[in-house]
Design a protein around this ligand. Structure first.
Ligand code: PLP
Length: 425
């Protein structure tokens, strides 16, 4: 534990920090660390997608990519992405360009039609809730909000969600119909779920209601910053051991592999679950964009090529994460002004201020020209009861801009903390 400076020292520190902060304010900065977007150099890694077909529009089975059909996706694309989802190729559906759309659609189908046929529709229940490990991904929470689904926060630690709480809540409350999980390099904490957590997740299907589903959003499945980052156990394999394959939907996309917005989205699910999804999906489309699927298959080819491609992303992202982490360490290390994660992959660093200061820090940074994800965004309803979590997204800005943004951020954390201490906080 750091010892807090004396009151006189705090008064002096506040003066110096306020002067530094004013100096930052006078510089007219306009920096943005809000969203986990790939940077331009990352996008350029996949420019060869354009034109890669060279006029050859034949799928592996000889069919015409340009025509209708193939609701579940091209077999060669399903085979390529199955390992990413840790499911079998026949358990993969490839559709559209956004996994978020697939998640929204899946929740909507479960609500309207039910995840398991007649009588399983969530709309027939008195109440529907999702467990939301926190801090978590704001767009997951937004889906629930949009559809009027209640949200129950569950704490995360370095192994994943608090599984004692998850099991207790599910057994006590049958209105809980789902849980949002980002199991590898969680958004925003970077946590990789431990084998024990994956195993307990797989067992949920033995105690939960028949129409309960785990939404396993493996958005960062292959997005490690280095080769020795912790792997993730396969949830579907664990489910097979427990006979709970129907309790899980897996999601992923190439948004942060090729083009964010012009990539491929996929889901993995048991054949029974895919059957239900396809029954309803088939009413809204005659088939996906197979031309883009073929482009991705020819570009990413196999697991080794995909791995080599992701290493190029890592080379571009690692210096950006280093810039964030070294600023935090240098400026805030050992001072008791907050703590933060040191992710080995994914797109975010999660920072916790002392309780009650996150909104102040975000507002101070904004007034100095550094936009951060709004305080509270990592909690359901945008309300962090501790007002302490801030998500830092270093992927998009240039390294020099990150250094500047982090100098402002750490100054804001120090200023807010010192002022709180002076007020007896
Ligand atoms: N899931 C998570 C956890 C994310 O962090 C993101 C984007 O930041 C997405 C999904 C969005 O994925 P997609 O582009 O496939 O819709």
């Amino acid at each position: 534990m750091a010892t807090r400076p004396s009151r006189d020292a705090l008064v002096a520190l506040e003066k110096t920090l306020a002067a530094t902060y004013q100096d930052w304010q006078s510089r007219g900065l306009n920096l943005d660390m809000t969203r986990g977007k790939p940077n331009a150099a990352q996008l350029a890694l996949s420019d060869a997608l354009d034109g890669i077909l060279g006029g050859d529009f034949k799928a592996a089975d000889g069919s015409d990519l340009r025509n209708y059909g193939g609701l579940e996706g091209l077999p060669e694309a399903r085979a390529l992405f199955a390992p990413m989802l840790q499911v079998r190729p026949d358990e993969v559906l490839i559709g559209g360009n956004s996994s978020l759309t697939l998640m929204y659609t899946t929740v909507l189908f479960a609500w309207l039609h039910g995840p398991a046929g007649a009588g399983s529709a969530w709309r027939l229940e008195k109440d529907v809730k999702f467990l939301c490990p926190v801090p978590g991904y704001d767009r997951h929470f937004a889906i629930c909000e949009d559809l009027g689904i209640g949200m129950v926060p569950v704490a995360m630690d370095e192994h994943g969600p608090d599984m004692d709480a998850v099991e207790r809540l599910i057994q006590a409350d049958p209105s809980i119909k789902g849980i949002w999980c980002v199991p590898r390099f969680s958004n925003p904490s970077g946590v990789v779920y431990s084998d024990a957590v994956v195993e307990r997740m797989a067992r949920l299907g033995t105690v939960a209601a028949k129409n309960f589903r785990i939404f396993w959003d493996n958005a960062y499945s292959v997005h490690a910053l280095h080769d020795t980052a912790p792997p993730l156990a396969s949830l579907m394999d664990a489910c097979r051991r427990h006979g709970t394959e129907d309790s899980v939907y897996v999601f992923g996309s190439t948004s942060k592999i090729t083009f964010a917005g012009a990539g491929l989205a996929f889901m993995g699910a048991s054949r029974a679950n895919l059957g239900v999804i396809c029954k309803h999906l088939g009413k809204s489309t005659i088939g996906p964009d197979k031309v883009n699927q073929a482009r991705h298959v020819r570009f990413l080819r196999d697991e080794a090529t995909l791995h080599a491609h992701m290493a190029k992303h890592a080379a571009l992202l690692a210096p950006r994460f280093d810039a964030v982490l070294s600023a935090l360490e240098t400026e805030l290390g050992g001072q008791g002004m907050g703590h933060w994660t040191r992710p080995e992959g994914g797109y975010f660093v999660s920072f916790d201020t002392l309780p009650g200061l996150a909104a102040t820090v975000v507002a101070l940074a904004a007034a100095a020209g550094v936009k951060l994800t709004p305080a509270g965004a990592t909690w359901p309803g945008g309300k962090d009861p501790q007002d302490s979590n801030i998500r830092l997204a270093p992927s998009f800005p240039a390294v020099d801009d990150i250094r500047t943004a982090m100098a402002v951020f750490t100054c804001c954390v120090k200023l807010a903390t010192v002022r709180a201490w002076l007020q007896g906080g």
